[in-house]
Design a protein around this ligand. Structure first.
Ligand code: AMP
Length: 512
């Protein structure tokens, strides 16, 4: 008797994105310099580049590392890598050679793609792990695109199981070494499909894509969601508020980090009229101030939809499309995703309105940290929940609220102080734009609660006025010991306030 034929389902993300393409002439990408790329052409370009990867020795399962400026060929490289069954490893363009050395040694890619100006330095690092080097510049020119231009567009997408790796994204790692989050084809496909549905994406949508593509937000949320929906994206090399406001006249969705929204609000051109054609504004990657949410709604008539995710888990929660989008909250768990709040010490699940550790489980959650089985083990509970490191609570209406990273918790005189609570009080003061509360070493209290505050020009806000405003509103142990007024808070490219930098800057504030 013949053995039963084993059918191999191809779960490759590329197949899921492009198989069954019914209208290859449909627009996929438009660039600010007037290029228009259809779905059929995007697929052909990915085929050409996949052929180049294979002829450079990239095999299924190999890592392809890329440190390139944002460009359409950069996005094609991601699609081609996945199509060839390899693992895409994007690297923040800000990383120095010294930092790249760690990533390349850790990931051992078989190919590294970089800007021509860095080819020599990266070449020396890549050689140590036997990796080849190809170049790609900000205009999409380089050895990689030269080779792709003459390669054939036909390419048989390499079959992959859902559990195989599609990408490794290194976490930003503000403490210790950054870790490579291993994301599978199923992780990426399931999350994008959930978002297409939840955010009502259709082939009529036009997304303004102004995020970097080395991070989960711009690479997966923005690009995969658009492609799954057969929508179009206007692909911008960087954030340009004036251009974005002009594009809103013919776009439907903007995905941004909170700084996009605060900077767009600075333009008088942002009005109800200029946003009339838009149907959705999404914010994530860092907390959107409740004030920004309200100001945006007043000015445009649109409620920004805030969602919460991370490199390791893709997107976990989102405010509803139809229901109330609550300022300062990140919404409900996405369909298929479970979110709970636990006691950080015992792991016991906590009830509504109680602050604890946010844990998530679902098809969106990554497979583990690359070559760090021990680290992976301690970040998961036995029942499969991932311990996010974010502190938060679920309110009585089921909305999740993030109160900050666990490592940003301040412990003063033995009491837990949640920075967000104090920041919200300070931010509500007239004249204050934003604030960051940190713990700074203090001989008597262990850590001294310290507020770093940004205020409007001539707002007359100083240490004494902040302390006076907080007096009686906060328990004594939560009161800042010092308030420092600064011009701006340090942020990374994703708009996250870098509290580690603030802690270093003020490390000696209470030194005797
Ligand atoms: P990353 O891995 O760089 O995407 O960073 C993930 C972290 O960003 C999360 O663990 C949260 O601390 C933070 N984050 C993402 N989205 C939000 C949000 N909407 N509100 C507050 N924090 C957020």
């Amino acid at each position: 008797m013949n053995a039963p034929q084993k059918t191999i389902m191809n779960a490759n993300l590329f197949s899921r994105l492009f198989d069954g393409l019914d209208d290859p002439s449909r627009l996929a990408i438009e660039t600010s310099d007037g290029q228009r790329i259809s779905y059929g052409e995007l697929m052909a370009r990915a085929g050409q580049m996949a052929n180049v990867l294979v002829s450079s020795g990239v095999r299924p399962g190999d890592r392809v590392a890329a440190q390139t400026e944002k460009s359409v060929p950069g996005l094609v490289l991601y699609l081609a890598t996945v199509r060839a069954g390899a693992v895409y490893l994007p690297l923040n363009t800000a990383y120095t050679l010294n930092e790249l050395e760690y990533f390349i040694a850790d990931a051992e890619p078989s190919l590294v793609v970089c800007d021509p100006s860095k080819a020599e330095g990266i070449g020396a690092i890549a050689a140590k792990v036997g990796a080849g080097v190809e170049t790609l510049d900000a205009d999409g020119q380089g050895s990689l695109t030269q080779a792709a231009a003459v390669a054939k567009p036909e390419f048989e997408t390499v079959a992959r199981a859902g559990d195989d790796l599609a990408a490794i994204l290194y976490t930003s790692g503000t403490t210790g070494r950054s870790k490579g989050a291993m994301l599978t084809h199923d992780n990426l496909a399931s999350n994008s499909l959930a978002l297409v549905d939840y955010w009502r994406f259709t082939d009529q949508d036009v997304l303004i894509h102004a995020l970097p593509i080395y991070h989960t937000h711009g690479l997966f949320v923005a690009s995969n969601v658009t492609l799954f929906a057969r929508a179009a994206m206007i692909f911008l090399p960087k954030f340009d508020p004036d251009l974005i406001i002009r594009l809103m006249a013919r776009a439907t969705v903007l995905m941004g980090v909170p700084t996009f929204y605060t900077r767009l609000l600075q333009s008088p051109a942002l009005t109800r009229e200029s946003t009339r054609h838009m149907r959705l504004f999404v914010s994530g990657s860092a907390p959107l101030l409740a004030d920004t949410h309200r100001e945006w709604a007043d000015r445009t008539g649109h409620a920004v939809l805030e969602r919460y995710g991370m490199t390791e888990t893709n997107m976990n929660t989102s405010n509803p499309y139809d229901g109330e989008r609550v300022p300062g909250a990140v919404g409900h768990a996405l369909p298929g995703v479970s979110v709970r709040v636990t006691d950080p010490d015992t792991g016991k699940t906590l009830g509504p309105e109680t602050i604890g550790m946010i844990e998530v489980k679902g098809p969106n959650v990554f497979k583990g940290y690359w070559r760090m089985p021990e680290k992976t083990k301690v970040e998961f509970r036995e029942d499969g929940f991932f311990i996010t490191g974010d502190l938060g609570k679920i309110d009585a209406n089921g909305y999740v609220h993030i109160l900050g990273r666990g490592k940003d918790l301040v412990i003063s005189g033995g009491f837990n102080v949640y920075p967000k609570e104090i920041e919200s009080e300070i931010d509500a003061m007239p004249g204050v734009i934003e604030s960051a509360v940190i713990g700074v070493p203090h001989a008597d209290f262990g850590e001294g609660v310290t507020a770093v505050v940004v205020c409007g020009r001539d707002a007359g806000v100083d240490e004494a006025s902040v302390l006076k405003a907080l007096d009686g509103r906060l328990a004594k142990f939560k009161m800042p010991k010092r308030v420092i007024v600064v011009e701006e808070l340090p942020r990374n490219a994703m708009g996250k306030v870098q509290k580690n930098i603030l802690r270093d800057t003020y490390a000696k504030l209470y030194a005797k």
